[in-house]
Design a protein around this ligand. Structure first.
Ligand SMILES: Nc1ncnc2c1ncn2[C@@H]1O[C@H](COP(=O)(O)OP(=O)(O)OP(=O)(O)O)[C@@H](O)[C@H]1O
Ligand SMILES: O=P(O)(O)OC[C@H]1O[C@H](OP(=O)(O)OP(=O)(O)O)[C@H](O)[C@@H]1O
Ligand SMILES: [Mg+2]
Length: 325
């Protein structure tokens, strides 16, 4: 099999760009742009088997679908819109906690009696009967819209493809209603539109996505393990705390039960010898309960700290993906 480098697609502009770069640098993956900011290719410092490509969020979804990129950061909305059967060509590895936005059905605020999709169905039928026209929906989410309206049992409509400023379509007279992405709702409000009560089609956020169609040779697989290992190590470190405790004088403590009760684990195994130090790792929310329990069980002292990275022998993100290739 040919030995391609791992192609990592990173947003080059728009809403996801800054957060995506910050995400990689937190994971110890330093993006190095070649020859100045105009060059749309780069590398990861210290990782020879990786080629970074800077693309727009929608291009990233396209390249993951075709297999031109192995790994990328893009919005779930774009994956679901652009890929007919996402599960067949990509694996959504993990949501990234930024780029939150919802794809919604919005209608003019002036339509006071229209609150739900069922009301919209009536509007569409009436338009068809009385005016002989089909209700027009402005959107760039053509496929998501067709699916959602079919599930709602609405068929009397026509899609007007919109490439930008979709919220302006009703006022401009080019459509009655819209489907678009929103975060704060500011743009909808400024255009006198409201979201239907059951009109949230998809809650999206940025995801780390892998392509099942890309050429996964040895070089790419090796780089994948390193990249996903670092990402997992950062995530594990951010969401857990390390709890250290001195063993009780008696040396007796039921660590297994204690750990089980507080979702804790013993990353370095059980302490050895009577002067042993216990090292546990638990979810950040569990530290106070776990510390109290340790003191009650006779621990002489307990300290809790944040960790920068928590590497582990197992690499769940990589294993999940490799199992599908
Ligand atoms: N308020 C928001 N509006 C639009 N997109 C958002 C918002 N918040 C997060 N996103 C996410 O960012 C993705 C890319 O949107 P953005 O507008 O940044 O790209 P773009 O530069 O318009 O890309 P393209 O030129 O390919 O259309 C969206 O598909 C969505 O997943
Ligand atoms: O709910 P809000 O916080 O107001 O955000 C929603 C707006 O943001 C996006 O547009 P963007 O600024 O990305 O411009 P674009 O349409 O050119 O992509 C989106 O298409 C909405 O118009
Ligand atoms: Mg945009």
């Amino acid at each position: 099999m040919s030995d391609w480098p791992l192609v990592l697609a990173v947003p080059s502009k728009g809403r996801l760009q800054e957060n995506a770069s910050a995400f990689f640098s937190r994971a110890g993956l330093k993006l190095v742009q070649k020859a100045g900011a105009r060059e749309y290719r780069g590398t990861l410092a210290g990782l020879p088997g990786v080629e970074v490509r800077y693309l727009s969020a929608s291009e990233i979804a396209g390249q993951l679908a075709s297999g031109a990129a192995h790994l990328g950061v893009t919005g779930e909305d774009l994956i679901r819109e652009m890929l007919p059967d996402p599960g067949a060509s990509v694996e959504l590895l993990t949501p990234l906690g930024f780029g939150h936005a919802s794809v919604v059905v919005a209608v003019p605020q002036a339509w006071i009696d229209v609150r739900a999709m069922s009301d919209l169905d009536e509007v569409a039928s009436e338009m068809r009967l009385r005016q002989g026209k089909r209700m027009r929906i402005a959107t760039k989410y053509v496929n998501l819209t067709r699916r959602f309206f079919a599930e709602a049992g609405i068929a009397d409509y026509r899609i007007v493809e919109s490439l930008g400023a979709t919220e302006g379509a009703p006022a401009a007279g080019s459509a009655e209603i819209i489907v678009d992405i929103t975060t704060t709702g500011t743009t909808l409000a400024a255009n006198a539109l409201k979201v239907l009560d059951d009109g949230v089609m998809l809650r999206s956020e940025a995801n780390l996505v892998a392509s099942l169609k890309a050429p996964w040779g040895e070089t790419a697989r090796t780089a994948l393990r390193t990249v996903l290992g670092r990402i997992a190590a950062e995530e594990r470190a951010r969401t857990t705390r390390e709890v250290r405790a001195g063993l009780p004088e008696s040396g007796e403590i039921d660590l297994a039960t204690l750990a089980g009760l507080h979702e804790a684990e013993l990353p370095y195994g059980a302490p050895r010898g009577p002067d042993g130090e216990i090292v546990l790792r638990c979810p950040a929310e569990a530290v106070f309960d776990l510390s109290d329990a340790l003191v009650q069980a006779g621990a002489r002292a307990v300290s809790v700290r944040r960790i920068d990275y928590a590497f582990a022998a197992e690499n769940p993100l990589a294993e999940r993906l490799l199992a599908r290739l």
